[in-house]
Write a protein that binds this ligand. Structure first.
Ligand SMILES: Nc1nc2c(ncn2[C@@H]2O[C@H](COP(=O)(O)OP(=O)(O)O)[C@@H](O)[C@H]2O)c(=O)[nH]1
Ligand SMILES: [Mg+2]
Length: 299
């Protein structure tokens, strides 16, 4: 067995983690050929996709609307994926405001983020804390939600660390295992860095706060703010996360050109780009153009 001692840099640990994906239950595996592009496209605001389709008492779409939302988002995913040459597994639909399908978005983030296992203990904000949810019906609401969301993907990883080390102990020597553990612990001290991008008002701040259960207090990047805003916040589940809010694109060609260098510099350095798109909009041309650029910058 070759010694791992000279090989285990941070990124190599990622490779080791991916290798051990093979030992995970099938549902948690990367599918063959799935790219490791560190990009997730979030289709936000699905609560607005079907007019009158949201049942606010239980904070879920009606059964009919849920089917229609899935169908409509499947079309958008196909459109974006085929137009940009990315896998649909990098795109997830959800509602940040209603805290709907945040688990699915989080799974997608964990799968595609460099060292995504650092986020495997994250708990998204509670869906039943949204305004309008009937407090007396909470128990029913919870059960109803569980029933309806049964089919959605279970959480990737769980205690990713324990699983991976249990796997490793079967195939590497005790010395190498200790070394991997040491490097792993070093890596864990580095907070994951996520760059969040999207057109103004798509829900970047709302998404970060709901997904990671943080209170990210950066004021919305509005017209007039043209610099990235970075902040490291403590995760309630332990550890920290560094989030960079990038100014929005698609307002003017001149602005987009000015921002490109900045986008490029921030993105090449981060563990994940989270690009947020409004699912209830009809036109994704600017977003697709941006995805193509991100792909080029990050490859
Ligand atoms: N209906 C709906 N509104 C949302 C959703 N996510 C965000 N919003 C609203 O969109 C507005 C802009 O959100 P914000 O997070 O500040 O967008 P940002 O400019 O991209 O950071 C706020 O009024 C949010 O409440 C969502 O999933 N559904
Ligand atoms: Mg914002």
């Amino acid at each position: 067995m070759p010694s791992l001692s000279n090989l285990l840099t941070g990124r190599r640990i990622y490779t080791v983690m991916k290798f051990f994906d093979r030992f995970r239950p099938p549902r948690d595996r990367l599918s063959p050929g799935e790219s490791q592009l560190r990009l997730v496209v979030g289709l936000n605001r699905v609560d607005e996709v079907i007019p009158g389709g949201w049942n606010s008492a239980i904070n879920l779409p009606t059964d009919d609307a849920a089917v229609q939302i899935d169908r409509k988002c499947a079309d958008i995913k196909r459109l974006i994926a085929s137009g940009c040459g990315i896998s649909e597994t990098h795109i997830e639909h959800y509602s940040a405001l209603k805290r709907y399908r945040l688990e699915n978005l989080l799974n997608c983030v964990i799968r595609n983020c460099y060292a995504g296992f650092k986020l495997s203990d994250v708990q998204p904000k509670h869906f039943e804390d949204v305004d309008g949810v009937n407090p007396d019906a909470r128990k029913f609401t919870k059960e109803e939600r569980r029933r309806r969301l049964e089919k959605s993907a279970p959480r990737v990883g769980g205690s990713a660390r324990d699983e991976v080390f249990a796997d490793l102990s079967k195939v590497v020597s005790v010395g190498d295992l200790r070394l991997i553990e040491q490097r792993f612990n070093q890596e864990m001290e580095r907070p994951p860095t996520v760059a969040v991008i999207g057109q103004a008002g798509v829900g970047k701040t709302t998404t970060v706060n709901a997904l990671f259960s943080v209170e990210w207090k950066t004021s919305a990047i509005g017209v007039g703010t043209h610099v990235p805003q970075g902040r490291t916040v403590a995760l309630p589940s332990g550890g920290q996360i560094s989030v960079t809010d990038l100014p929005g694109y698609g307002r003017s060609i001149k602005e987009d050109e000015t921002y490109e260098r900045m986008y490029h510099d921030v993105m090449t350095d981060c563990d994940l780009v989270l690009l947020i798109v409004q699912a209830d909009r009809g036109d994704f041309a600017d977003d697709q153009e941006m995805i193509l650029k991100i792909k080029e910058w990050m490859s």
